[in-house]
Design a protein around this ligand. Structure first.
Ligand SMILES: Cc1ncc(COP(=O)(O)O)c(C=O)c1O
Length: 398
């Protein structure tokens, strides 16, 4: 922090002086974001839900297939797929992904951010309307900002409000939401949303980022084939439950061809590197087979939810979001307060991070708790008892 203070102090040239002023203001408000090394302690913060990012067998499989790849042409993809970066491996990887997700086709992207931003920005035309859940991820919002269509939010998971917005929306309508919300950990009311989409002729765009690997048969996510008739596109990201990197938009052949033609992050960016695609191909079957890991996450979630409920009932906890998949949140209003709580938990041996405003709405600052198959019930219990001791020390309960 002192380095940063000096850095800000010493910036006298415009535009760095202006940036320094903005940063100083942000720091004074307790909102300065900083990178921090160290996954010290019990991991309750990463998105490696099934432990695949640290799985030695997966690592070994990728190494071996990468070694076998020695006669193939390149280390990197060399270009965008439209300009020489196309490969048999990309096509085979997409075929694997679309088969697993029971879709006609899949299109790979370098990250989930690019997939969402690109998809949302190009899929709808002027005169059409995209309705989106107020809690969708920044990557979808970025695409919405770039879209030529009218974009309107509906209150988070609020079916009545969605219905009102559907009634008011013009042209072809799209409804964008997430299977598992990344900061609250709750799930979309998909069946009800699909019913409304049917009634109004709207098409669903679903981000399955935090559901892949955790929910559904073989970890396939929240989407099921009975939603096929209302679904335009699904987005699967590989940097979370799959433990790799990249993403795919899954849907029809027409959608894929449209994206290849109009989706700028696909057209103007280098394709995934071969080693990344090999990792994705090896990780999928491992993820599908990880039923024990999913059971463990559910067991941990039940224990955590029970403990957080007790703490709230006893008046200690301002609020909490129960885990419906593998994400929960302990609400601790105030950036300073949530940082102090994170420090207490870190000192007790937990790798947790505060999520401060403006990432979340002011007053709903939180410790986001991610549960993993490699966490234990003992760790969850120790987390709960640390919270209890911390709150009990405070002069009065909340
Ligand atoms: C819901 C959701 N969608 C998309 C993304 C972006 O995915 P990626 O990390 O692959 O860019 C995230 C990442 O945090 C996310 O939480």
């Amino acid at each position: 922090v002192s380095n940063i203070a000096v850095m800000i102090e010493e910036a006298i040239e415009p535009p760095l002086a202006r940036m320094a002023g903005t940063l100083a203001q942000r720091a004074a408000e307790g909102k300065l974001r900083q990178l921090r090394l160290g996954s010290q302690g019990v991991d309750f913060s990463t998105n490696d839900y099934l432990g695949l990012a640290r799985d030695k067998a997966l690592h070994q499989q990728v190494l071996e297939s990468w070694a076998a790849y020695i006669d193939s042409p390149t280390n990197g993809a060399t270009a965008s797929r439209l300009l020489g970066g196309e490969s048999v491996l990309a096509e085979e990887t997409e075929a694997d992904i679309s088969r697993f997700h029971q879709a006609e086709s899949a299109l790979l992207f370098a990250t989930g951010y690019m997939a969402n931003q690109g998809l949302l920005s190009c899929v709808a035309n002027r005169g059409e309307t995209i309705l989106y859940d107020a809690y969708v991820h920044a990557s979808l919002r970025e695409g919405l900002r770039l879209s030529l269509a009218t974009t309107l939010s509906f209150h988070h998971n609020d079916l009545e409000h969605l219905r009102e917005q559907l009634a008011r929306a013009k042209g072809q309508v799209y409804v964008a939401t997430e299977s598992v919300f990344s900061m609250d950990g709750d799930t979309a009311l998909l069946a009800e949303i699909a019913t409304l989409c049917r009634e109004f002729g709207a098409k669903l765009i679903l981000d399955e980022a935090h559901a892949l690997g955790v929910l559904g048969q073989k970890g396939e996510g929240l989407w099921t084939t009975d939603l096929e008739d209302v679904t335009l596109a699904r987005v699967y990201t590989f940097g979370k439950g799959l433990g790799c990197h990249g993403a795919a938009v899954v849907g029809s052949n027409i959608l894929k061809l449209y994206l290849i033609n109009y989706c700028r992050p696909f057209i103007y960016s280098t394709a995934l590197a071969p080693v990344q695609m090999l990792a994705i191909r090896h990780a999928y079957p491992m993820m599908a087979a990880a039923d024990d890991a999913r059971t463990q996450i559910r067991t941990l979630a039940a224990a955590l939810n029970e403990g957080l409920k007790d703490l709230k009932v006893e008046g200690f906890l301002a609020d909490y979001c129960p885990a419906q998949a593998s994400i929960a949140a302990i609400i601790q209003p105030g950036n300073t307060e949530v940082r102090a709580l994170a420090a207490t938990l870190q000192a007790a041996g937990f790798d947790v991070r505060p999520v401060v405003s403006p990432t979340v709405q002011a007053g709903t600052e939180r410790i986001r708790i991610c549960l993993h198959s490699y966490n234990t019930l003992g760790e969850v219990e120790k987390l709960l008892s640390t919270l209890r001791a911390n709150y009990a020390k405070a002069t009065r309960p909340l």
